[in-house]
Structures are given as structure tokens and as C-alpha cells.
Design a protein around this ligand. Structure first.
Ligand code: SF4
Length: 396
């Protein structure tokens, strides 16, 4: 989005959300449980009455997280003043629920998807109701070095000419600058490169834990499932303060099966809080040599808006408008100009609104230079491939 009224882009939504007293979570599922935990975690600032709705009579009998589960009929008979609905279902069912809600609810009752609530409306609520900066997510890379060379790596690892291995002091400074500006965050993610190859990983995690863990709802580390962590590190992970995403690329890399099994066994032994992540497809965000039309300014702004990537990354005291544009810059594919970053080194109280707007994808230009040669993140990307195909220079 291109800034039109910097510092006031969310005034309308912000003033509306300020007055909310009740939230209805539609769908008694894992997503709703996660939001209930988040609402409890943020209870110093979030004091909405919580209700859950589900058409499944078994779920109505069982309740969820100590809350009763209402039937849709009961919900429709209630008054809905100063309340809003968050639909906690997959996008395929969401359309059906939205249609149902439009028939039964007053026109002015706000209805959000789970995604837009977390990545848009909750940050706006924190800002306007409590003058606090709440980020949906941010990632940080201790190193760009990886033991794999995936052709379609979203960090563009095969194209990096000069890897960057940050010093521990550099990372601590980054984290300090970040949490000087950001009061709370839903997801703070350590990724790479392969973060398990970073020698000071435990010290970094200890520093974050000691100084900022109270401000982070979910601290996560993503590993490619091909590097066996030490016992000492697994023992540290077992404290449950960190969630590990264990990518599973064995479908493409069967020779990594043994190491994957060893990692899994170690994580089980140390009771690490871990999610195995196996996907059938990746999308190719960048294809070297691919032809793109000459986009006009308006077309680029539209492409950026349709793409809707929610991810941002922290580097050298700056947060990126789009992390893929930043990774393309690191890899030497496309230079990212300064206006694609929000510099936290000179951050002041009065920058709060523009910082949140930037994180929610507003900027002076309204797009990134890399948008000109990027196939977009998921929305509209039709270039699918098997995960983790390894790069061969002679194949390009
Ligand atoms: S099109 Fe590509 S570069 Fe542009 S915002 Fe989307 S992911 Fe980022």
C-alpha cells in the first residue's frame, strides 16, 4: 500500500476497535484455542469477553479451554453491540460462514478472518486502544549459510556470493533496537540459512529469553531437518520456551532420512516442543532469466497489494517491507533501496503509528524493486515445484 495519510492510515479501524468489548470466535478449533491463549497472554491490554461458536453439538457439550461453546442459533439471537467476530476456519469454509453471518448479523458487526485479525486488526487495536506497538511477526537470520542449496530457496541461498554470518553482538544490538520500538510480538522467528549452523545460537536464544521473552508470545526456530543439533542444545530446547519447526524434505532428499530420524529421536528424548513440517509443494518466487513485462507504477502497487506477503525480517537495525525483497538484496539479485526499510536506530515515540503502518505494508512507494521480477508470495503464484530440489549451476 502506498502511504496517502501517513500516521493516520488506520484511524477509522482504530477508533472502531477501541470500543470493542466482546469477541465471538467462530469455530471451536485449534486456531480458536491459539487465540484464546493469546488473549489470556495479553490480558493486561485485552479485556474482551470471549465467546465461542460451533455448529457441532459434541463441541457445544465439551466446551473449549473452559469456555462454553454456543450454537449458531443461540449466537444469532444475542445482541451484538460493541462486538466482533473472528472466523477460525480454513479459507474454503470461510466463504460459507461469511454468507451465513451476513444473513443474520447487523450490517455494522465487524467480521474478520483469523489471519486478518492477527496480522492487521490486533496490531491496530493495541496501537489505538493502548498506544502499544504489537507486531504480528518478525524473523531474524543469524547466518545466511546453509548446508543445502535448494534451487527455490526463499532466501535465495544458491545465489549468495558472500555469506553473512552475524556476530553475536550484532544480533544482540538488532534485538535490543527491535524491542526498544516493539512492545509485543506474536511470533519472533529465528531462521536462516540454517540456524543450527550458527555457533552462538544458544547464547543468542538465552539473551532473547532473559531480556525479552515476556514480550514474545511465540519464539520459534526453523531448521531444515538435515543438521543434528548437539545434546546441549536439545537440553536447552527442552525448556519449552522455544518452539521448533522441523522441515521434512525427505521426499526430495531421501539420503537425509537417517539424519532426520536421529533429529526426531533426539527431540523426543529431550521432549522438545516441535512441529514436523512436510509440504508437498513449494512455489517458485524467483526464476532467473524469466521475462517480465515493464510494469507501470500503478501495476507494481497493485501487484504488491495482491501479493499480500505478511513476512518481514530484521537486519542491521532495520525492518524490511518484504523479507523476500531483503533476501534478494542480500543475494545480489536486486538492490533494495533505503525506502524499503524502517530504520529503528533513530526510532522515537512519535514514530509509533508510522512504524505499525510500515509493518502492515504501507510505504512511500507502495511496492519493492524486487516486485518487478518476483512471482509473488502464494497469491497469484502458479509456479509450483517439488520442495528442496537442489541447485545445479549447469541447469540454469
Ligand atoms: S511480489 Fe515478491 S517482492 Fe513484491 S511484495 Fe510480494 S513477495 Fe515481496
Amino acid at each position: 500500500m502506498k502511504w496517502k495519510n501517513k500516521g493516520h492510515e488506520f484511524d477509522e479501524d482504530g477508533y472502531m476497535l477501541q470500543g470493542m468489548q466482546e469477541v465471538f470466535l467462530y469455530g471451536a478449533v485449534q486456531m480458536a484455542q491459539d487465540l484464546i491463549r493469546l488473549i489470556k497472554w495479553g490480558s493486561s491490554y485485552i479485556n474482551w469477553r470471549v465467546h465461542i461458536i460451533d455448529r457441532d453439538s459434541e463441541k457445544q457439550k465439551a466446551g473449549l479451554c473452559g469456555y462454553s461453546v454456543l450454537s449458531p442459533e443461540t449466537f444469532f439471537q444475542m445482541k451484538h453491540k460493541n462486538s466482533f467476530v473472528v472466523i477460525c476456519t480454513s479459507p474454503s469454509v470461510e466463504t460459507e460462514i461469511r454468507e451465513l453471518l451476513s444473513k443474520h448479523l447487523e450490517k455494522d458487526t465487524p467480521v474478520f478472518s483469523h489471519w486478518s485479525f492477527l496480522y492487521q486488526h490486533l496490531p491496530i487495536y493495541f496501537l489505538y486502544a493502548h498506544n502499544k506497538v504489537f507486531f504480528p511477526s518478525e524473523s531474524m537470520l543469524p547466518t545466511t549459510v546453509c548446508n543445502l542449496k535448494c534451487r527455490d530457496c526463499l532466501n535465495f541461498t544458491p545465489y549468495i556470493q558472500k555469506h553473512h554470518v552475524a556476530s553475536l553482538d550484532e544480533l544482540k544490538r538488532n534485538v535490543d533496537l527491535f524491542f526498544r520500538a516493539v512492545d509485543y510480538i506474536y511470533l519472533f522467528q529465528i531462521t536462516g540459512g540454517e540456524p543450527l549452523l550458527y555457533k552462538d545460537l544458544q547464547e543468542l536464544l538465552e539473551y532473547i529469553d532473559l531480556n525479552y521473552r515476556q514480550q514474545i508470545f511465540k519464539l520459534e526456530l526453523v531448521t531444515n531437518g538435515t543438521v543434528l543439533p548437539s545434546d546441549e542444545l536439545c537440553a536447552y530446547f527442552s525448556n519449552k520456551k522455544i518452539h521448533i519447526v522441523l522441515d521434512d524434505y525427505r521426499m526430495t532428499l531421501p539420503n537425509k532420512n537417517d539424519v532426520f530420524i536421529q533429529i526426531r529421536e533426539k527431540f523426543l528424548k529431550y521432549q522438545v516442543n516441535c512441529l514436523e513440517n512436510r509440504v508437498d509443494q513449494w512455489f517458485r518466487i524467483y526464476i532467473p532469466g524469466q521475462d517480465y513485462p515493464e510494469f507501470s507504477e500503478e501495476e507494481l502497487i497493485q501487484k504488491f497489494d495482491v501479493c499480500g506477503t505478511p513476512w518481514s525480517s530484521l537486519r542491521e537495525g532495520k525492518i524490511a517491507l518484504c523479507n523476500y525483497a531483503m533476501y534478494a538484496d542480500t543475494a545480489g539479485i536486486c538492490k533494495a533501496p533505503e525506502d524499503e526499510f524502517f530504520d529503528l536506530t533513530h526510532y522515537k515515540e512519535s514514530d509509533k503509528k508510522s512504524l505499525v503502518e510500515f509493518r502492515l505494508r504501507y510505504s512511500a512507494k507502495g511496492y519493492t524493486e524486487f516486485c518487478k521480477q518476483c512471482n509473488t508470495y502464494i497469491n497469484g503464484n502458479t509456479f509450483l515445484c517439488r520442495p528442496a530440489i537442489q541447485y545445479r549451476e549447469d541447469a540454469e
